[in-house]
Ligand binder design. Structure first.
Ligand code: FAD
Ligand code: NAP
Length: 860
């Protein structure tokens, strides 16, 4: 590429680690490529952020390129956490080694870009006046490269020296004898404050939000920590690529509250000693999702801070109380807290004494006036979107990216955005990026983009763009993931909360780099699912959703797949029952209720049935729900849906009587159905003795239990009693037809498989009997005058269509029906109380339906 080329295959913006590697990949693939970079050399972050103490917070052995195996031998890091000059030298070394600079135009800022839908090319404008035309436009502009504009009154009035950590002078600053102010206590401030304090005559730190920091314990990296890398560098890197955060780490299996306080503190101490950023939130598996667990870590930090900082008031001010650990980026420091013990260092807590204005000579707070020789702004960045939207990018139909993203960024996989064909972002919003070791994320993105361009070329295509559905659903998926955790609760730059007026959305994808990599690979394997590909070979729209499952459901299925459990249908009945009991014992217990009582009631044919009664904590008497558990008429018991019963009992304020109806194959059809009617009859007759309100009786059940409930409601109607005021059917079996669309779509992969359902039916009922309404209530001739129903069906359930059909049939028959079709959920997920958070709303609706059934009864 020559300096004057204006027509290229690829323009890359940014010569940080992302742009440099992208250039390497483009060259290797034989594309003509040019990099445009504002700075006068490579390095990006490490070119600009030259403040004292700047260094990486991911171990250097991890925070390094993996794409050049020679480089791993040629370059040795001097410290655990290399300082900025060394990281910059590393970038320069790579640029020299691969002769990158000949394709990089430095001191060139990209100002605007326009897509031409006729030519399928971008025109790129720069501040040097040079314009370029390219087929593919790659923004390698960095997540933390656009310094946040000072948003403090009077910021431009100060006549002394002003520094920004993000654009530090190249020849350094000597603070000797100066009175210095530092504004901010994020990572940049925490790294620089001890070194500024070492020079300055006076240092005053203005803190709006205290942060969590652990000592870096910098120095040579231990042989022990390097052992895995040295033993097999390739395997080590590969493990990083599939890990959660881009560093090989053991995944904790325990929650913080599952161990004793002593054990917990010992593990936190080990984390503190180990001094690795990802270890902070990686000690227990629920630190980022359970507020109570996180609090134990927060208090550990508070104790540490109090033990280091001498002045109690300063120590308290340094203890973060308004956000959970890890919800704002935590820090690694060298003597940060100790610095506040120096006599010439002072902390001003802006929460109690805010800045009113910056003056010509210093800073005024509400209570004080300070004079300074220098002010250091360590106030952070317009993260993830700032550098991208600072370029005026116009896509198809004249829409600008800034307009499109005015309510928050919308991307597919953080890589592309609809309406802007051939525009790629490296580590864009919607990618794991800043939640990971960025090197790993950068390499994955660069490789994916390079492979995609190669794919287009090989297939005689020249344009790619995500579909609106694909990106809308990706954003929803990413947000749903974020909402499972605590990170959305903080005013962090992850949320855009640090920049006034910026839309408040969680910017990175929180599912982790390994899971994200699987997703990106799967998009390709499925023919670029969610993309439109266009070019001389023609246009194909491969619309679709890559991750339609609710995120916690997806994670649960992944965990189960990793366990490699045998399918239930391959087990004997006894094994299946034991397995069901074991998995029940491992599940969270469900909420407390007022009382749990076990008893016996008469079933049909002289059978004695166990039951478990759950009574609400409120004063009785209460309405009663006769509940029938799931398990395909074969497995499960009156205690197997314990958590669901507790949850619905507590939420609906009704007594739940969970009945252990007889099971197949010992008692085949119609034993379960007969027991259902017998049990409900007995419960109705003994309502008062059970603490219930006579006449206020509903039936409910899950799966085969919902089949029993539905059948019971029909038979009670036919028999003229007992009176049932409502039926709540969760994923009911309503029909024996196993050829529905939902059986086809969800035959495998979602725990209840077609094979398992066949196993259940075969154990329960002869084929000749299956069309009997006592087995297939959908087939009843007359569905009129049945009790009002709440029917819940799940998108990824083989039984979905028969449940939907029953809801429609009841509605046609004039029965009031509330029908919830739960998107992204499976047959088992809504019953996973305390595990599948995204399913809780459905149980709340079921409880609400029950309250309405009973309310209606009271009124009549
Ligand atoms: P950058 O390095 O930010 O490079 C982007 C380049 O694009 C810049 O050089 C910029 O000048 C250029 N550019 C932007 N817009 C334009 C334009 N319109 N025209 C021309 N050029 C443009 N991550 C970690 O994983 N571990 C760490 O330890 C770590 N430490 C960090 C420390 C600091 C102080 C900061 C600020 C960030 C840190 N990060 C860390 C994140 C860091 O940004 C990434 O690790 C990585 O360096 C980003 O590389 P990049 O190439 O994507 O972007
Ligand atoms: P930051 O984390 O956003 O911190 C900015 C600080 O300035 C915060 O304390 C913020 O307070 C404060 N601030 C901002 N505006 C203010 C205002 N108007 N008045 C008073 N205080 C104000 O920025 P950063 O320290 O530059 O770090 C950004 C990210 O870069 C880090 O999170 C990390 O990912 C990366 N980084 C890493 C390292 C490393 O150790 N390797 C070093 C530096 C940066 P509030 O919190 O109240 O907003």
């Amino acid at each position: 590429m020559t300096e004057s080329s204006t027509d290229v295959d690829v323009v890359i913006v940014g010569a940080g680690f992302a742009g440099m590697y992208e250039l390497v990949r483009m060259r290797r693939a034989g594309f003509s490529a040019v990099v445009l970079e504002t700075a006068d050399d490579v390095g990006g972050t490490w070119y600009w952020n030259r403040y004292p103490g700047a260094r990486c917070d991911i171990l250097s052995v991890d925070y390094s390129y993996s794409w050049d195996p020679e480089l791993q031998q040629e370059w040795t890091w001097s410290e655990r956490y290399a300082a900025q000059p060394e990281i910059l030298r590393y970038a320069q070394f790579v640029a020299d080694k691969h002769d990158l600079r000949r394709d990089i135009r430095f001191k060139t800022r990209v100002t605007s870009a326009q897509w031409n839908d006729e030519t399928h090319r971008w025109t790129i404008h720069t501040d040097t006046g040079d314009d370029l035309s390219c087929r593919y436009y790659i923004m390698a502009t960095g997540c933390l490269s656009m310094p946040k504009a000072p948003d403090i009154e009077g910021a431009d009035r100060f006549t002394g020296e002003v520094y920004f950590t993000s654009t530090w002078p190249h020849d350094g600053v000597d603070f000797t004898g100066r009175r210095v102010a530092v504004i901010g206590t994020g990572s940049s401030a925490i790294q620089s404050i001890p070194l500024i304090a070492a020079e300055a005559e006076q240092l005053t730190v203005f803190q709006r939000t205290p942060n969590f920091s652990i000592p870096a314990r910098n120095g040579a990296i231990s042989d022990e920590r390097m052992a895995a890398f040295r033993a097999d560098p390739d395997a080590y890197r590969e493990a990083a690529r599939w890990s959660g955060a881009g560093v090989p780490m053991d995944t904790p299996v325990e929650g913080a509250l599952m161990v004793s306080e002593e054990e917990r503190t010992a593990r936190y101490e080990a984390m503190w000693e180990r001094s690795e950023l990802l270890g902070i939130t990686g000690t227990f598996n629920d630190t980022m999702s359970n507020a109570e667990s996180n609090d134990t870590l927060r208090h550990f930090f508070h104790d540490k801070i109090r033990s280091i900082v001498g002045d109690p008031a300063t120590a308290e001010a340094l203890c973060p109380t308004n956000h959970y650990v890890g919800t704002k980026r935590a820090c690694l420091d060298t003597n940060y807290y100790e610095t506040y013990n120096l006599p010439h260092v002072r902390l001003v807590d802006l929460r109690t004494d805010p800045i009113s204005t910056i003056t010509e000579t210093g800073i005024d707070t509400t209570n004080e006036s300070f004079e300074f020789d220098a002010i250091v702004f360590a106030t952070g960045f317009d993260a993830m979107t700032g550098a991208i939207v600072s370029v005026d990018i116009t896509g198809r139909d004249g829409v600008t990216l800034k307009e499109k993203w005015s309510h928050g960024p919308v991307t597919y996989l953080g890589l592309m955005t609809a309406g802007f064909p051939n525009l790629f972002m490296i580590t864009g919003p919607g990618s794991p990026s800043v939640l990971s070791n960025m090197m790993v994320s950068i390499e994955q993105h660069v490789d994916w983009i390079a492979d995609t361009l190669d794919h287009l070329r090989k297939n005689d295509l020249d344009a790619i763009e995500p579909t609106e559905l694909a990106e809308t659903k990706w954003v929803e998926h990413s947000n749903a993931f974020a909402n499972l955790g605590l990170a959305v609760t903080a005013d962090s730059w992850y949320m855009g909360a640090n920049v006034p007026g910026k839309p408040r959305v969680f910017l990175p994808y929180p599912g982790g780099v390994g899971r994200y990599r699987v997703t990106c690979d799967e998009v390709v394997e499925r023919g670029y699912l969610g993309f439109t590909l266009d070019g001389p070979a023609g246009r194909t729209v491969n619309d679709g959703i890559i991750r339609p499952l609710a995120p916690d459901v997806q994670v649960m299925l992944e965990v189960m797949a990793e366990m490699g459990l045998p399918p239930i249908e391959s087990m004997s009945v006894d094994e299946a029952r034991t397995f069901m009991e074991m998995s029940g014992a491992m599940s969270p217990p469900g909420p407390e209720v007022g009382e749990v009582v076990d008893g016996m009631l008469p079933g049909a044919d002289g059978a004695e049935l166990e039951y478990r009664l759950y009574r609400p904590a409120s004063d009785g008497p209460h309405p009663i729900v006769a509940y029938f558990h799931g398990g395909g008429w074969v497995i499960g018991s009156h205690t197997s849906d314990d958590a669901v019963c507790r949850d619905l009992c507590a939420q609906s304020d009704a007594i739940f009587v969970s009945v252990n109806y007889r099971h197949a194959p010992e008692a085949r059809f119609p034993a379960a159905a007969d027991d259902g009617l017998a049990a409900v009859t007995w419960i109705a007759e003994h309502a008062e003795a059970l603490g219930g309100v006579p006449g206020q009786l509903a039936v409910a059940g899950w799966s085969a239990g919902a089949n029993v409930a539905a059948v019971t409601a029909q038979r009670a109607k036919l028999a003229g009693g007992p009176t049932i005021v409502g039926q709540v059917l969760l994923n009911p079996v309503t029909d024996c037809d196993m050829n529905t669309g939902s059986y086809v779509d969800n035959a495998d992969g979602y725990i209840l498989t077609k094979g398992l359902m066949t196993w259940f039916w075969d154990h329960y009922c002869d084929p000749a009997d299956r069309a009997d309404p006592k087995a297939s209530p959908l087939r009843a001739d007359d569905l009129t005058d049945l009790p009002p129903a709440m029917i819940v069906t799940c998108e990824f359930d083989p039984l979905r269509d028969e449940g939907n059909a029953y809801a429609e049939a009841l509605t046609r028959a004039g029965v009031p029906v509330r029908h919830l079709q739960a998107e992204g959920q499976t047959h088992t997920s809504l019953g996973a109380v305390g595990v599948i958070v995204t399913g809780a709303y459905a149980r709340a609706e079921m409880a609400d339906a029950l309250r309405n059934f009973f309310g209606a009864t009271v009124r009549t």
